[in-house]
Structure formats: structure tokens, C-alpha cells
Design a binder for this molecule. Structure first.
Ligand SMILES: Cc1cc2nc3c(=O)[nH]c(=O)nc-3n(C[C@H](O)[C@H](O)[C@H](O)COP(=O)(O)OP(=O)(O)OC[C@H]3O[C@@H](n4cnc5c(N)ncnc54)[C@H](O)[C@@H]3O)c2cc1C
Length: 404
């Protein structure tokens, strides 16, 4: 009997969770399962802001993919996907071409730069271990350079974060905690360092409870973060940015702009010929692409409508992992026979970190959390994510237990 070929693209929250769940559901003789990922490691994307700020070493956020897979059931291929050809049932990699009977697209997100001049060339984004490590080293280098020039340059000490959403705010919390250590290490007066958040909306963390937003702003401001709300980033240059607020232009000297104001689905999806809605595949309830029955799409590449507020669900790790469970179930059902499930989001709550020991969040529907209790909850969420892909062993190896 021919074993069906299941090809999974991307070993992030969506793709890796699908794979580890599928390898438990299928026997060695049921299917050929292949997982393709650019790196030989999975990273916890929701921890990258800590790696970028230098408050957590990047090795804590990543885990070797092969350590999580049953090699008798899953073939891992380290390669980069360059094209998805659903009409030919083929995927082109940099070094190979693979065919499939069932495909799972889980290639995650990339930064959306909205055509802002200079952003691609001059800003940093927090989207991978490589990018996070670069940001950390860039900030350290500029602090080190500051006292090594005849005329100290203020742009080396100004850190701008574009976007007051989840990623931007979580990075601000970490960098605000790291700056005093950097100042001590590089003999820099703390008052010379500026951390500036530029957000186009009138408030940070749109959609969050106003009381939690106020708490977050007070916490970050008390650690030296300046907010420029209702301000649009107009241009990003190698040594500064231009923003517009209330019709006035302002230039801020900086060599460090972190762009955290928007993500889009991996652009390979848009180029693939799969039917899409602004780059994402608006999947059917069983998570298959409407135009291709043999293609599942999960995580940030998928779009699912939230009927309660008539808006798409935001791209989150929580949704990606829940989708992965349904995707694994449905693949097993297609291979072995059985009913396909429909995806339904089970909102477990949302917690945003504000740096070690501080956070805000809402759990159990409407229970608000602030400060230490929220930060403990955040660590529980982070550890739970490890548990889902690697069990208790991975939690003990990489988990976060520093709750004080
Ligand atoms: C700093 C930060 C903080 C966040 N905080 C939270 C949070 O607190 N809670 C929450 O729910 N969400 C959070 N998110 C969002 C969350 O990380 C994403 O929604 C989630 O990672 C999406 O999962 P995914 O599986 O779709 O993609 P990813 O986790 O991005 O995985 C995609 C995988 O595909 C690989 N890949 C990409 N392109 C290719 C290619 N061409 N070839 C081969 N492999 C490729 C990547 O290397 C990666 O391994 C945060 C994101 C960031 C950046």
C-alpha cells in the first residue's frame, strides 16, 4: 500500500505542534511525514524580545528540532522553502523539490513595513533568533562606542521602538530593565539614554482594558520610557527617524530603530497561488485552504474570522497551537479514516510582559492581572508552550522558574 506523504512547512508553534501531535497519532506504516524548517532548531518566537534586549540568552529560547521528533516516523529536512506550488502538489526548497499528498503551511510571519521610506534598510525587526541576537549586539556595540569617540554621539544612546502593540511593549519592558546594567557596564550616565516608543494610535496595546493600559504606561514610564502616541513614523534613516504628530514633523537622532508595528503572513503564501485575503489564507473551519482540499494552513499564515467582533483573530502563538491540534487530528483522520474536526478558538487569556517581575493580562474571560501575579502567569504560559512540544523534560531544561 502506498503511504501518503504529509509535508509540513515551518517548525514554529503551528508546524512543530502539528508534527509532534501527528507523530503520536500515526504509526510508522501510516504515512511518510516530512518537516521542513530553515534552521535545525525551533525557537519560541514569543520570547524573542528578551533575546533582543539581552535579558535572556538566545539558547534558552531555542531547541534542536531533532530532539523533539521520533525519527522513525518523521523525516526532518533543514532547508529553506522558496516556492509553494499547490497546483503541482510540489514545494521547492533551496536544495530540493518535494511532492506531497497533504501539505501543511506553517511558515509564520514577517514584518509589514507599509512602504515607510528607509525602514527595510535601516530598522531592525524581532522575528527570529538571528534578528534578536543582532539587536542585542548592536545596542551593546553602540553603548561601547559612545565613550570611544572624540564627540559622543547621542544617536548611539537613543533607542526607538516603532509600535505600541504586544511585541513593542514587551520589548520596551525588557530593554527598560537592561539599560541600567548597560549604563553601569559601559560607564554611561543613565540620564543620557532615551527609550522612545512611537505609536500611531492614541493608545498603546489597542484592544486591552484601559486600566491595564494605564498600568503598563505608568510602569514603563517609571523606568524611563517616553511615549509618543498618535505619532506616525514618516522615515527611517541610518542615523535618525522622522515622525509626524499633530501635523508637526520631529527628527529624533538614533541608530537603533526597532520596528514592531505590524506583521504579515510569510510572503510565500501570497506568491503560491493559494486563494488568499491580503496575504493570508482564509481557511475553512477544518483549516483547509478553500481552493485546495489537500492543503492545511495554520498559525500566522491562516486567517480565521472571529464572529463575535466581526474581525479576524489576531496572529498569536495561542491560536497557532490550538489550530495545530485540529490540523493534526484532521490529517490523521484523512489518513486513517474518521471525522474531521472544525477549529474553534478557546480563549485562554492574554498576558503581556513588562519585563521581569511585571506584566498585565486578562484570564478566565475577564479577570485582570497586574504586576507580579501577571508575570507569574506569563511564565506559566511560556512553560506550558514548552510542555506542549517537548513534555516535562523540555520544561525542566528550558523553562522559566525565576518568579522572584
Ligand atoms: C517578540 C514577540 C512576542 C510575542 N508574544 C506573543 C505572546 O505573548 N502571545 C502570543 O500568543 N503570541 C505572541 N507573539 C506572536 C507569535 O509569536 C506568533 O503568532 C507565532 O509565532 C505564530 O506561529 P507560527 O507557527 O505561525 O509561526 P512561527 O512561530 O513564526 O514559525 C514559523 C517557522 O517557519 C520557519 N520558516 C519561515 N520561513 C521559512 C522558509 N522560507 N523556509 C523554511 N522555514 C521557514 C521559521 O524559521 C519558523 O521556525 C509574539 C511575537 C513576537 C515576535
Amino acid at each position: 500500500m502506498n503511504k501518503p506523504k504529509i509535508l509540513i512547512l515551518g517548525a514554529g508553534y503551528g508546524g512543530l505542534t502539528t508534527t509532534v501531535k501527528l507523530q503520536k497519532k500515526l504509526g510508522v506504516n501510516d504515512a511518510h511525514i516530512t518537516l521542513v524548517n530553515k534552521h535545525d532548531y525551533h525557537y519560541e518566537a514569543t520570547w524573542l524580545h528578551e533575546n533582543a534586549a539581552g535579558t535572556l540568552h538566545h539558547d534558552r529560547s531555542r531547541v534542536k528540532i531533532k530532539d523533539l521528533l521520533n525519527s522513525s516516523k518523521v523525516n526532518f529536512v533543514q532547508d529553506t522553502v522558496v516556492a509553494i506550488k499547490p497546483d503541482e502538489k510540489k514545494v521547492e526548497l533551496e536544495n530540493d523539490v518535494l511532492d506531497y499528498d497533504y501539505l501543511v503551511v506553517a511558515l509564520g510571519f514577517e514584518a509589514a513595513t507599509f512602504g515607510i521610506p528607509g525602514l527595510i534598510e535601516n530598522a531592525f525587526t524581532i522575528g527570529s533568533i538571528n534578528q534578536a541576537r543582532l539587536i542585542k549586539q548592536h545596542i551593546e556595540y553602540n553603548f561601547a562606542m559612545y565613550n570611544n569617540e572624540p564627540e559622543p554621539k547621542q544617536e548611539r544612546l537613543n533607542i526607538v521602538v516603532g509600535g505600541g502593540g504586544f511585541t513593542g511593549i514587551e520589548f520596551l519592558g525588557e530593554i527598560a530593565n537592561r539599560i541600567p546594567q548597560l549604563c553601569e557596564e559601559y560607564d554611561i550616565d543613565r540620564s543620557k539614554v532615551r527609550i522612545i516608543n512611537v505609536e500611531g494610535a492614541p493608545s498603546i496595546l489597542p484592544g486591552f482594558d484601559p486600566q491595564l493600559i494605564e498600568y503598563a504606561m505608568n510602569s514603563l514610564e517609571s523606568r524611563g520610557v517616553e511615549f509618543k502616541l498618535g505619532a506616525l513614523l514618516k522615515e527611517c534613516k541610518p542615523d535618525g527617524i522622522v515622525i509626524e504628530k499633530d501635523g508637526e514633523l520631529e527628527e529624533i537622532p538614533t541608530v537603533t530603530t526597532i520596528w514592531a508595528a505590524g506583521v504579515r503572513a510569510n510572503s510565500l503564501v501570497e506568491k503560491s497561488g493559494l486563494e488568499h485575503n491580503r496575504g493570508k489564507v482564509e481557511v475553512k473551519p477544518d483549516l483547509r485552504a478553500p481552493s485546495h482540499e489537500d492543503v492545511f494552513v495554520v498559525g500566522d499564515c491562516a486567517l480565521i474570522w472571529n464572529k463575535d467582533n466581526d474581525r479576524p483573530y489576531p496572529p498569536t502563538a495561542q491560536i497557532a497551537m490550538q489550530e495545530a491540534s485540529v490540523c493534526a487530528h484532521n490529517l490523521a483522520a484523512l489518513v486513517k479514516g474518521g471525522e474531521l474536526d472544525n477549529f474553534e478558538f478557546n480563549n485562554m487569556g492574554t498576558v503581556a510582559s513588562l519585563g521581569h517581575g511585571d506584566a498585565i493580562g486578562v484570564i478566565l474571560g475577564d479577570k485582570k492581572l497586574f504586576g507580579w501575579s501577571a508575570s507569574v502567569m506569563k511564565k506559566i504560559i511560556d512553560n506550558r508552550s514548552l510542555f506542549k512540544i517537548g513534555g516535562i523534560g523540555l520544561v525542566l531544561k528550558k523553562g522559566k522558574f525565576n518568579i522572584f
